[in-house]
Design a protein around this ligand. Structure first.
Ligand code: AMP
Ligand code: MG
Length: 315
């Protein structure tokens, strides 16, 4: 099989109806989608990604009235969150309906749901009558794809179709929050800054690892290039790796004399997030021996960037 890259919503819809998997563009990263109610189709997603079955998928819906097909009840604040941030990069972990296969949720009694904002995928969701279960369209553990070509590079021989919606505009995965023991908790920082979520529902607590061993946004080593990644103060890192061929990920500042990727000259964290994964891939494919990344301001999208860099650095 060699994936076709195209922008035909019809072709993508037909394949999905036939129980196939299709890579789809979202505003966060490209997803690998299957009919969420078709267990055999969902199994193909796990196989294509070599994803362990303890890693639950996010269910993508196109309209609010589809929520009732997958979610059993809404905790306080959920309505307000959906109203404010959907369509957009926020995933809510909510009590699931029995109709959602255990494979999708890794046997958990909750399901992660979101409504993506990408126009092509919204059109796709509008033309099929089932929600799409989709994780990021990359081999398990590797950097997520933000272009159709990234998907083709790694999964091109395992899937029939990649719906090309251009480069992702957010560039990091969705923020994931859930309701647990009567409070909102954060499972993964992402495309919607936690500060904005807290402005709607009040304090969001860090999730306890023990509570959710099965949430891979929480796995320590994830989003990782093959090359070693070091994160920290750049001057100190450059001293430590003096004499080695380094690839640098910098927020604003050029580092003359080295291969340096500046994520946002203007110091815009949203722009930096948009470029992060493409730059990690480029440096991974380059001839540098080690990737050195600056620590980003720990606010807004900077938290998601720091989270992904930290996990990329875990071996
Ligand atoms: P990906 O789309 O590859 O980022 O993977 C989806 C992520 O969503 C998983 O790795 C989990 O961290 C998270 N997730 C999905 N469903 C649940 C759930 N029911 N409870 C907690 N986390 C979830
Ligand atoms: Mg992923």
């Amino acid at each position: 099989m060699r994936a076709k890259i195209g922008s035909s919503v019809q072709e993508a819809a037909q394949l999905l109806r036939a129980g196939e998997v299709v890579a789809i563009p979202t505003e966060t990263v490209y997803g690998l989608a299957a009919n969420a109610f078709d267990e055999a189709a969902v199994l193909k997603v796990f196989e294509a990604k070599a994803r362990p079955s303890f890693d639950p998928l996010i269910v993508h819906i196109g309209r609010r009235d589809e929520l009732a097909r997958v979610v059993a009840e809404l905790p306080p604040g959920a309505e307000a969150l959906m109203e404010t941030f959907w369509p957009g990069p926020l995933t809510l972990v909510l009590p699931k309906k029995p109709a959602v296969p255990d494979l999708v949720t890794s046997g958990l009694d909750t399901v992660g749901v979101r409504m993506p904002a990408h126009p092509l995928t919204r059109e796709l969701l509008g033309s099929i009558d089932f929600p799409l279960a989709a994780p990021s369209a990359n081999p398990f553990g590797y950097v997520s794809p933000t272009t159709a070509q990234h998907v083709a590079d790694q999964l091109g021989d395992r899937i029939p179709y990649i719906l090309d919606g251009g480069p992702c505009t957010v560039g990091v995965e969705s923020t994931i929050v859930g309701w647990e023991e009567n409070r909102w908790v954060l499972y993964r920082p992402g495309g919607i800054p936690v500060e904005r979520i807290e402005a709607v529902i009040g304090r969001v607590e860090p999730a306890l690892k023990q509570v959710l061993p099965a949430a891979p946004g929480m796995l320590e080593s994830h989003y990782a290039p093959r090359k070693r990644v070091m994160v920290g103060d750049m001057d100190a890192l450059l001293r430590r790796f003096a004499g080695q061929r380094v690839g640098i990920i910098s927020f604003q500042e050029e580092r003359p004399g080295h291969r340096c990727e500046v994520l946002s000259e203007q110091g815009d964290l949203a722009e930096a997030a948009r470029h992060l994964f493409a730059v990690l891939r480029e440096l991974d494919a380059s001839d540098c021996e080690v990737i050195l990344a600056e620590r980003f301001p720990d606010e807004g999208l900077g938290r998601a960037i720091n989270d992904r860099l930290r996990r990329a650095s875990v071996r």
